[in-house]
Design a protein around this ligand. Structure first.
Ligand SMILES: Cc1cc2nc3c(=O)[nH]c(=O)nc-3n(C[C@H](O)[C@H](O)[C@H](O)COP(=O)(O)O)c2cc1C
Length: 232
């Protein structure tokens, strides 16, 4: 009888497999010591020539409330003026990305009972980004504008570590590109330099598992679609 030996340590596997984007958090605080441990562990990420291009701006309490209010005000009064500094998405989505993107959107709005033409409710739901979905900790990640695309790759590795490490600590996250549009507001509220670009925000806290939105389970394409093995 053959015995399957798990290739991945169960704790590591569980941290990876249980991660999902959480969009409703409990008010339970997260100690700053824990946040620092997560960041420290994440900084073990590899980076080209060990450049470590990441910068994390952690906001809690009054600082978090202030930046959230400023961004919500900007969004409600002068939304058109706010444009992200980099294109996270292409202008035209080819397949299969277009269908995947649509599916996750409709699955989420479907759970919330928001119809396809209910743009006001969609706007309100998207606005939940700008209170970090009520998470007790918000983080803005920024990168030096002098750096190139390779450093963004390094940054992604760091962020991957962060969301996985958070799971290892019983915490949940939601990476948030939505904040990028409001980089000028965030910059002036937080006080970082014009040499920094906002890569993304991150909500960190304990998931509210009663919240309907946290029932969202996203799919992954089967390996047949994206793995190619060559052995001769
Ligand atoms: C860099 C990055 C930015 C994201 N930005 C947002 C965002 O602004 N708002 C949001 O609700 N989800 C955001 N997401 C979450 C994605 O929608 C989510 O990862 C995807 O649908 C897969 O779902 P899962 O994370 O639950 O596996 C972002 C994810 C990444 C990696």
């Amino acid at each position: 009888m053959s015995v399957t030996v798990p290739a991945i340590d169960p704790a590591v596997f569980n941290a990876l497999a249980s991660r999902r984007s959480v969009r409703a958090f409990k008010p339970t605080p997260v100690p700053m010591e824990t946040v620092r441990q997560l960041l420290e562990a994440s900084s073990r990420a590899p980076s080209g020539t060990n450049m470590q291009p990441w910068l994390a701006h952690v906001v809690t309490g009054a600082a978090k409330d202030r930046v959230c209010q400023a961004v919500l005000h900007a969004r409600n009064t002068e939304n058109d003026k706010h444009v992200a500094e980099y294109n996270y998405y292409p202008n035209i989505f080819p397949e299969p990305y277009k269908s995947r993107r649509r599916k996750v959107g409709w699955d989420m709005y479907g759970l919330l009972g928001i119809g396809r033409s209910d743009t006001d409710k969609m706007f309100a739901q998207t606005g939940r980004n700008f209170v970090f979905f009520d998470a007790p900790v918000g983080i803005f990640f920024t990168i030096d504008k002098a750096l190139e695309i390779g450093s963004w790759l390094d940054f992604g590795m760091f962020l991957g570590n962060f969301v996985t490490a958070a799971r290892g600590a019983g915490l949940d996250t939601c990476a948030q590109a939505a904040w990028c549009h409001y980089h000028t507001v965030i910059r002036s509220e937080i006080g970082f330099g014009a040499d920094q670009t906002v890569v993304c925000g991150m909500a960190l806290g304990f998931a509210d598992n009663e919240a309907v939105i946290n029932q969202l389970v996203t799919e992954r394409a089967p390996q047949e679609d994206w793995v190619r093995c060559y052995d001769e």
